[in-house]
Design a binder for this molecule. Structure first.
Ligand code: HEM
Length: 368
């Protein structure tokens, strides 16, 4: 579908068939902002998001319908473009609940106990300027201009209340969330998203992705936890690795994406027949107490360095019912053969509230 509803039981952009482009942004609240600022910001973001996801401008007057003497409400670069499957997904970081100068937003006692900064992992090389944030917005669309327009206008709407901390553009999805979608490829050339949780698997979503009624806190039921990891991929090194070794590292074949233990792409791997330190063997749920996550990452390239090496990688995004799912998997991957070719350089975690009801706004339950 070209238009995804903004309102509903869950926020769109999680199980929604993964779009082709990403613009992800993390925000910090301004130092003197208060509870009303936060509530009004979420209301304004929800209003503009509900319009933009329908292919409309951020307000009724928009880019050219207002007074000629004032800067327009909408920045205008999406005029004439369709909704392009735009989804806008909003999350709350641990620091929103734990600011230095007291309980500024009156929400400290509503912090989900599980919402904590991720622990340090072996090999982390994180840049604080590319990590964390009080709030995040994940924007996905099939048109990059539509995605950038959304983040640009939401940043503008935040003026005086929150400011952009860091952001990331992604092109080319590296997962699928629908059986109807072809499995895409990451920048190492391998099919990515084969064993992902899919939108029509209600049982897996309830068990692994949505925060349940009894999980706590109540306002987060029907939401999820989002982990973002900016993972640099050492492309030039990888490109000198022979094919058989590349396949051993993942545990899958490069052409079809089939497990090296045999069968077709969709067949389950026989773990014992894969290298003990291959990515799939270590990440598979059989070796991790049945733990699964919904992956929704994108490829990125941010130019190159002075040696002519690409600043390229995977902007990893995963949704899970409990952050412990990601932590368990990332620890299991500490001996991954892949680690020689990747570096985790950015990180963040956010609680993603359930969807808003029509007439309300995302996160309203936090202020009840
Ligand atoms: C599977 C690539 C990082 C979790 C896969 C597959 C590929 C891949 C090619 C096999 C196809 C598939 O099922 O999707 C990568 C690359 C990464 C990366 C290039 C870094 C640049 C991670 C991280 C995690 C993770 C950080 C979680 C902590 C998984 C899981 C599977 C998987 C759970 C499915 C395993 C299975 O059930 O067979 N990944 N991955 N990956 N990856 Fe990654």
């Amino acid at each position: 579908a070209d238009v995804h509803p903004f309102f509903g039981a869950h926020q769109s952009g999680i199980v929604t068939a993964v779009q082709e482009h990403l613009h992800f942004a993390a925000f910090d609240m301004m130092p003197r902002s208060d509870r009303d600022d936060l509530i009004e910001l979420l209301q304004d973001w929800s209003y503009a998001s509900a319009r933009m996801t329908q292919g409309l401008e951020v307000s009724a007057t928009g880019a050219v319908g207002g007074p000629a003497e004032a800067p327009p409400d909408d920045t205008g670069e999406a005029l004439g473009l369709k909704a392009a499957a735009l989804t806008i997904t909003i999350g709350f970081g641990p620091t929103l609940f734990e600011n230095d100068d007291g309980d500024r937003y009156g929400i400290r006692d509503r912090r989900p106990a599980r919402l904590e900064r991720l622990p340090a992992f072996v090999g982390d090389d994180l840049d604080p300027a590319q990590s964390d944030g009080d709030l995040c917005i994940q924007v996905c669309a099939d048109d990059p201009q539509v995605a950038v327009h959304a983040i640009r206008n939401l940043s503008r709407i935040a003026f005086g209340r929150a400011k952009l901390r860091w952001s990331q553009l992604g092109f080319g999805r590296t997962s699928r969330t629908s059986a109807a979608q072809q499995t895409p490829r990451n920048l190492f050339g391998f099919k990515d998203g084969t064993a992902n949780i899919l939108a029509d698997d209600a049982a897996a979503l309830a068990e692994h992705v949505w925060v349940g009624e009894g999980d706590g806190p109540d306002w987060l039921a029907g939401g999820s936890y989002l982990v973002a990891r900016r993972i640099a991929m050492l492309i030039e090194t990888w490109d000198r690795v022979r094919l058989s070794e590349q396949q051993r590292i993942f545990g899958r074949d490069k052409g079809e994406g089939a497990p090296l233990s045999g069968g077709a792409e969709s067949d389950a791997p026989v773990l014992a027949r894969l290298d003990a330190h291959s990515h799939v063997r270590l990440a598979h749920h059989d070796g991790n107490n049945g733990i699964r996550i919904l992956r929704r990452g994108f490829n990125y390239v941010g130019g190159n360095n002075e040696l002519g090496r690409l600043d390229a990688g995977l902007f990893f995004l995963s949704y899970q019912r409990d952050p412990a799912q990601f932590v368990t998997l990332q620890r299991a991957l500490s001996t991954d053969l892949l680690n020689e070719y990747i570096r985790h350089v950015g990180s963040g975690i956010w609680a993603v509230p359930p969807g808003a009801q029509q007439g309300s706004f995302v996160g309203a339950g936090l202020f009840d």
